[in-house]
Design a binder for this molecule. Sequence first.
Ligand SMILES: [Zn+2]
Length: 172
Amino acid sequence: MRQFGDGEDIKGHKFERIVGLVAPFSLLGYEGKSSFNPLVKGSGGTSCDYCGTYIINVYWIQDANGKKFKVGSECVRHLGDTKLVTIVEGEKKKQERIKREIKKQAKREAQNKEFEDALIILANYPHPHPYFASQKKTLADYYRFTRNAPKAIAEAKEKRAQEGTINRITKT
Ligand SMILES: [Zn+2]
């Protein structure tokens, strides 16, 4: 069992905030803090109880005696508990996966919005197939059917650019 003494030097920081921690440790939970924003109350990170460094990814740990403290993912390694490191690494991967998923979702939503805007422009153009065009179907109907959002967005941009050119020509 490893004991942590007062004044132990970690990465140039004096380890004195938490003393007498006893292994093994357990992960109580992860707390994701947001970056500091003066407009958002309660935003910003906190400090690692182990080294005092500013952290936004906070891991709440409990030692064998039930003492609770918070550290960054780097300082988890300094506790010398390999089992805990594995657990924290797993949690870190899970959090990264969640963050990626949120980003992907935001991107999907942005694209959906762009797709809807593109359909408004494409509704002014006839369907690419003569039969559907004769049925008064539009290019928007075509893309609503294919659901090819990137292509619809690109085509709408192209149409808008062409319209711009035509407008300029007719003006002069
Ligand atoms: Zn630390």
